[in-house]
Design a protein around this ligand. Structure first.
Ligand code: HEM
Length: 550
């Protein structure tokens, strides 16, 4: 019998036994989570996952908070009990104090490694700590400051590209598409020292196109992804590759092409950079990032690091694709959301434009002024609070552990629980938006988008809650050892792009309705279209028609 058929048969037998075992275990074995309140599952097979992943599931999460509180029991597949958590003390335990107990899920780490190599999103424990030690300084404020001119250069190209489409009068522009192209080019030039897209014209780029295709393709493989740990070590790499080549599924074959292309192209860029570094400074400054991009700094730091701290080349290369993917949709969707909100709230747009006009005074705003503009900062913070691009992330408890609570939870049996025993293997859904929307902390108007809240002292409950986020008492960029490494990068990116676009164009709502969809990274759709797209009406400001080249 051919090998793939034998494998398939064994898989079906193992899979069926596993499902039956899970079914009986859930019925027979008592769990400490049984007493945690939560909604009924939709079915045994899917649990609450259809609600958890519903692209229109905003109401479900709002209701979870108001009905059950800050720790809620949910069901995953086949009766697997999960916890949805945004209690601040519990969050502190999950992502800071006990972060090495609550790890990334095996399917998350293994699939990232198989697709792009051993980068940050594919490493755990000491290995991950070593990679962060080398990467953290590269994202320092000093380096970000040096990158600002690169950011302005790219953003002015975006400005010209949009101007060429609306110079003769207002028109609807797919802002999501432009923010996506800009975010890719910014992480390209600022992160890799590589240009993906001239922006002023449509030029295909093998690597850029593969990276752009990644998220939409990957989104269709979320179930397959969870099966990877069961196959990842099966037989030799050659056998695994052969089996992969044989799988008659267009989505999997496309993913294979994307992964191969990204790895191959990343090696190419890496080798060119290495050659320039060996030749010396003169060759480096003639490269796209002029040696100020993240990869050039990282490669130099790695060359000078002690033997114990040095990262092997395949790890450096894996960081390139992981940084690009982590940077792209998050920041471009945050920028799209901000422009959407400013289109809905014309008064806020006017007030922000006035602040930016005054600061710009005909030239680009310096890094130091840009980061200190109060209203721009307030608009960015409030957008990232109320609409965090990644509304949740997952962790898995790698052993039994006691979860502390800042507020007791009333159990299903009526008793008050002051802590919860979390059994090994429990999936934790970290409620990033749950924490950012918490009325007990942010006040009764927590669900309102109100930038002004950042211009006066925040409620004392915010400080007292000790939310473990790296940024502004928010969970948007997470916290602990796996906090977003690029959060300063994304701040400057958002502020540079807004400072240029809002002093050149006026944005308003399009004819069709914009809807924001829930996902690992939320995304907009326009009208009945299910494809990610966000049109806004864009009109050039009178003076900009003369000053901006198109
Ligand atoms: C508004 C924009 C952004 C948001 C909301 C955001 C949010 C996040 C969150 C929530 C995580 C934790 C993921 C997890 O643990 O599962 C994360 C991790 C990460 N982010 Fe961001 N991010 C943004 C922009 C960026 C940018 C611009 C970069 C790169 C320049 C970046 C690079 C990374 C990397 C490499 C990680 C993995 C860190 C690790 O595991 O050690 N992010 N981000």
């Amino acid at each position: 019998m051919p090998a793939p058929i034998i494998l398939l048969q064994s898989f079906l037998i193992c899979g069926t036994s596993w499902i039956l075992w899970r079914f009986f275990r859930q019925i027979i074995v008592k769990s400490p989570l049984d007493n945690v309140p939560g909604p009924e599952p939709v079915s045994f097979w899917k649990g609450n996952l259809p609600q958890v992943y519903d692209r229109r599931g905003w109401g479900f999460y709002e209701k979870l908070g108001y009905t059950y509180g800050q720790v809620v029991k949910l069901y995953g597949m086949f009766g697997h009990k999960m916890l949805y958590v945004y209690d601040p003390l519990a969050l502190h335990s999950i992502i800071v104090k006990d972060q090495y107990v609550y790890e990334e899920a095996a399917w998350f780490v293994k699939s990232n490694e198989l697709l792009f190599g051993p980068g940050l999103l594919a490493s755990l424990g000491d290995h991950h700590r070593k990679q962060r030690k080398m990467l953290n300084p590269v994202f320092s404020i000093a380096h970000m400051r040096h990158m600002t001119p690169i950011f302005y250069r790219v953003t002015h190209k975006l400005e010209s590209a949009i101007m060429s489409r609306v110079r003769d009068g207002p028109g609807e522009v797919d802002i999501l598409n432009w923010m996506g192209r800009t975010a890719l080019e910014l992480i390209g030039q600022g992160g890799l020292g590589y240009s993906f897209d001239p922006l002023e014209e449509d030029v295909p780029d093998v690597l850029g196109d593969a990276l752009k295709a990644f998220m939409p393709t990957f989104a269709k493989l979320q179930i397959h992804r969870r099966l990877i740990p069961y196959f990842a070590e099966l037989g030799s790499p050659r056998l695994r590759r052969w089996i992969l080549d044989m799988i008659p599924d267009a989505r999997i074959q496309k993913m294979k092409y994307i992964s191969d292309t990204v790895i191959e192209q990343s090696w190419k860029i890496f080798n060119e950079k290495k050659a320039a570094l060996v030749k010396g400074d003169e060759a480096v400054v003639h490269q796209i990032g002029e040696g100020k991009d993240i990869m050039s700094i990282l490669m130099k730091a790695n060359m000078n690091a002690s033997a114990g701290d040095k990262l092997p080349e395949d790890e450096l290369i894996a960081q390139m694709s992981m940084l690009t993917l982590a940077a792209m949709d998050t920041t471009s969707n945050a920028l799209s959301r901000t422009l959407h909100l400013l289109s809905e709230h014309q008064d806020v747009q006017e007030k922000l434009r006035a602040e930016l006009m005054q600061a710009r005074d005909g030239k680009d705003i310096s890094y130091d002024d840009l980061v200190h503009l109060p209203f721009l900062d307030a608009v960015c913070r409030e957008t990232l609070r109320r609409y965090p691009p990644a509304p949740w992330i997952f962790r898995v408890a790698t052993k039994d552990i006691m979860m502390p609570l800042s507020e007791p939870v009333r159990g299903v049996n009526g008793t008050m629980m002051h802590e919860i025993l979390v059994p090994e293997g429990t999936t934790i859904q970290v409620g990033i938006m749950g924490s950012n929307w918490n009325k007990a902390i942010w006040g009764e108007d927590a669900m309102e988008w109100r930038p002004e809240r950042w211009l006066s002292p925040l409620p004392s409950a915010v400080e007292e809650a000790k939310i473990p986020g790296v940024y502004s008492n928010l969970m948007t960029f997470l916290g602990g050892g796996r906090a977003c490494i690029g959060f300063k990068f994304s701040q400057i990116e958002m502020k540079t792009v807004l400072s240029v676009l809002l002093t050149t164009f006026k944005f308003s709502l399009p004819k069709e309705k914009i809807e924001w969809n829930m996902a690992g990274v939320t995304y907009p759709t326009t009208g009945d279209d299910v494809k990610a797209r966000m049109l806004l009406t864009v009109e050039p400001l009178e003076y900009a028609k003369i000053t901006v080249e198109a």
